[in-house]
Design a binder for this molecule. Structure first.
Ligand code: PMV
Length: 355
């Protein structure tokens, strides 16, 4: 064996879905298509060190967050390794050290699974590339950039479904559908059609309404879509909404954009509220923010809207050209609903970066 030891590093962003993924089949196959804006400032930076080891029968790794050893993350990462081992058999040849940090504060209530899992998947792909470049017996096939990104997205999906939409920007589709050519259940693809300039620098200001750990994990939430009374209609609706979104993205009709995005967010939470057992992830301040946004929009006619993830925090979406009055509104009127007045300014981004 002449495989070298080494180190690779990637930073990878979070993303915010406009059409939501909720419900999955075996192997992290989504029940419906989704489309997201890749973010820019909310990201994970991960360094992966690898060192050849003797025993090649088991996984061996350590995880550090902000320089601190975190054994609590090991179970989740081991599950991830078990799922991806057949695609990256070298994992058992090395002792891996995963050192990771987020640009957003942990316990901010912002899920780091999309950025974290995509950063780790990209690091593993870089190791695959390095060891196959340096080991003559392993190389041979020309490995294109497309192969690299597609497989990174494929692997990220097996870590956390939505993570497959964080490899690239700026608009990513995941889940096979008739609207977007080349779409796949297995990995995210760049949205291939014309997008109006108004979306090129879209803003997402994330209001941290509740920083606490959410009571129901997304894994549990997805599973509650099995046997859900409205599941089939919801999955069909996501397909129909993607078709509507295609027209909206082309024309730049923000009135329709806002209506569709808000309806998607509320539908996601409606699915939670109509699951059995049912649950609510919104908090009183989530609703206060939503109502304040509606009042402000009514009054000013500015194209501001909200979306929600599987949590209480509110993503406020608007075009950059209207950032001045909208940021003023956020700072004057919405900040009171944020924990410790905490919010994060983000915007549409271009995907992960090799460091
Ligand atoms: O990637 P997961 O399994 O954590 O699911 C997250 C799903 C939502 O964030 C609620 C919606 C989405 O499409 O990102």
């Amino acid at each position: 064996e002449t495989r070298p030891d080494g180190q690779v590093a990637w930073e990878s962003p979070s993303n915010i879905a406009l059409i939501k993924y909720w419900g999955k089949r075996k192997n992290q196959i989504p029940e419906n298509p989704s489309i997201s804006f890749t973010l820019s400032n909310c990201k994970t930076i991960t360094t992966l060190s690898y060192k050849v080891k003797e025993n090649k029968d088991t996984f061996s790794f350590d995880v550090f967050l902000d320089g601190e050893k975190k054994d609590v993350f090991k179970a989740k990462i081991k599950t991830f390794f078990e799922r991806i081992y057949v695609y990256l058999p070298f994992i058992k040849d090395y002792h891996l050290v995963i050192e990771t940090k987020n640009t957003f504060p942990h316990s901010s209530g912002i899920a780091s699974s999309a950025s974290g899992m995509s950063a780790l998947a990209l690091c593993l792909m870089s190791v695959e590339r390095k060891i196959s470049d340096s080991d003559v017996t392993l190389s041979g096939v020309e490995r294109s950039e497309n192969y690299f990104k597609q497989k990174a997205s494929f692997l990220a999906r097996l870590g956390s479904g939505s993570a497959c939409r964080s490899i690239e920007g700026d608009l990513i589709v995941w889940g096979e559908n008739k609207v977007v050519d080349g779409s796949s259940d297995l990995f995210g693809t760049k949205y291939p059609y014309k997008v109006h300039d108004i979306f090129k620098d879209y803003q997402d200001t994330i209001l941290l309404v509740d920083k606490g750990e959410k009571q129901v994990s997304s894994t549990v939430g997805h599973n509650l879509m099995f046997g859900h009374p409205y599941a089939e209609n919801r999955f069909q609706q996501a397909h129909d909404n993607l078709e509507k979104m295609k027209t909206i993205l082309e024309t730049g009709n923000l009135e329709e954009f806002n209506a569709l995005v808000e309806s998607e967010a509320l539908t996601l939470h409606a699915m939670m509220m109509t699951s059995m057992p049912y649950f609510i992830l919104m908090k009183p301040n989530t609703l206060k923010v939503i109502n304040a946004i509606w009042d402000f929009r009514e009054k000013t006619r500015l194209p501001i809207s909200f979306t929600l993830d599987a949590g209480a925090n509110v993503h406020v979406l608007y075009p950059k050209r209207d950032a001045v009055p909208i940021m003023e509104f956020i700072k004057n009127e919405l900040i009171v609903y944020c924990q410790n007045e905490h919010f994060i300014c983000d915007q549409i981004g271009w995907g992960a970066k090799h460091l």
